[in-house]
Design a protein around this ligand. Structure first.
Ligand code: PLP
Length: 417
């Protein structure tokens, strides 16, 4: 069997042949045999330097020995119990210790569940119903937030099957734009402003200087909760995520990806007086069979023990090295626009800067698709969509980064010709 044949067969058994839309790229996705360090290997005998990294979680790279050992050790003792373990407490203490806004934590199984629960909690706490979200921001695949979302949904029509009754409470604003937020708050009784501090689902868009501080100020002045969706940026940009990186502390944070060390996870965390409203200590219902399961907790703990200040200094240094290199290439070749922060980056095929969803959507997706395919042939795997973000892991060394730069240069030159 090869990837092409498996995909043909998979389409008969799973919608579109995949279990998450963005994975189904043209003409067919490669089927993975294994991953190790910064490499991913397909069943057709190819290997790729991986900058998709499972869409962000694998900050140590694939199959890191200490994560593998921790998961293996836990599996031998049982995979899930439905009763508490000390590992949940250890991971919760870690989050509280590192993430500025976190005084209490609830572990769930995905970022989707985390944002869904955070919104419910914010509504209950404030007694208001409207939520501000930004165009192009992706907060998971639940009804409240699938309004002009990013990620795989950017290139698809808005999902059907979502009641207007639900989305009428979601107010859209433009990222990096003060005016739209001021208007939303003036015209609606807003419970929470939900923001990806760095937009990571429409490529990679940084906040303008002072923008997150502006959001903090205006929400505070209007008794609105500020929720940072740090499913991507949490434990990615710094120990304390984007809130540490940019020095702005929200009321609530949603986490996922890196926190689970490559196993399914989500979490919401925040101030005690808000978090204590969650059941069973409060009346906001939230539950899950696999919440805080010991397999994920083990992988999370094994990962997080590597993530100290020195780790982020090194990782962000690698990010700077690679992205400065890409920037030089982009300028030399005269095609593309690089946007990056820390170990996150994306190349757009636009004229000029990308500050929001509208700017990002001006990118020439056809050119991006060619770039993706050429890079893949060169042995580099980036997410197969213009509207996703690339990530660097600790396993990417400088030799690999230099090799990547050569391959990016070759691919961009081919596009130009
Ligand atoms: N929030 C953000 C910022 C994300 O990037 C994602 C997923 O990519 C989610 C929420 C949803 O997380 P999950 O896919 O674990 O449900």
């Amino acid at each position: 069997m090869n990837s092409k044949k498996l995909f043909e067969e998979a389409k008969k058994f799973m919608p579109g042949g995949v279990n998450s839309p963005v994975r189904a790229f043209e003409p067919y996705p490669f089927f993975v045999e294994r991953g190790r360090g910064c490499f991913i290997y397909d069943i057709d005998g190819n290997s790729y330097i991986d900058y998709c990294l499972a869409y962000g979680p694998l900050i140590l790279g694939h199959a890191h020995p200490s994560v593998v050992a921790a998961v293996y050790k836990q599996a031998e003792k049982g995979t899930t119990y439905g009763t508490p373990t000390e590992k949940e407490l250890k991971l919760a203490k870690f989050v509280v210790d590192k993430v500025p806004c976190a005084e209490m934590v609830r572990f769930v199984n995905s970022g989707t569940e985390a944002t869904m629960s955070a919104i419910r909690l914010a509504r209950a706490f404030t007694g208001k119903e409207k939520i501000v979200k930004f165009e192009g921001a992706y907060h998971g695949a639940h009804d409240y937030v699938l309004v002009k979302p990013g990620s795989g949904a950017t290139t698809l029509p808005d999902s059907v099957g979502i009641p207007k009754e639900t989305t009428k409470n979601t107010i859209l604003c433009t990222y990096n734009d003060e005016e739209s937020v001021i208007n939303a708050i003036e015209n609606h009784d807003v419970a929470a402003v939900l923001v990806e501090p760095v937009m990571g689902n429409i490529g990679c868009i940084k906040p303008k200087k002072g923008y997150l501080k502006f959001l903090r100020k205006i929400t505070k002045e209007n008794d609105i909760l500020l929720i940072f969706d740090e499913v991507i940026t949490g434990f990615r940009l710094a120990e304390g995520g984007a809130q540490e990186y940019y020095g702005v502390t929200p009321d609530l944070v949603t986490l996922g990806k890196v926190l689970g060390g490559g196993l399914p996870i989500g979490a919401l965390a925040g101030k005690k007086e808000i978090m204590e409203n969650i059941a069973p200590s409060g009346d906001v219902y939230q539950a899950g069979t696999f919440n805080g399961n010991p397999m994920t907790m083990s992988a999370g703990l094994a990962t997080l023990k590597h993530l100290d200040k020195k780790f982020y200094k090194e990782l962000n240094k690698k990010g700077k090295y690679l992205t400065e290199g890409i920037n030089d290439i982009v300028e030399d070749v005269g095609i593309g626009y690089l946007s990056s922060v820390g170990s996150m980056f994306q190349i757009y095929f636009t004229e000029g800067k990308v500050l929001n969803h509208e700017d990002a959507k001006k990118s020439n997706v056809k050119v991006f698709n060619k770039y993706f395919k050429t890079l893949l042939k060169e042995g580099v795997f980036v997410p197969p969509s213009q509207f996703e973000c690339c990530f660097i892991s600790d396993a990417h060394d400088y030799k690999i980064l230099d090799n990547t730069l050569e391959k990016i240069e070759t691919s961009l030159k081919k596009l130009k010709n």
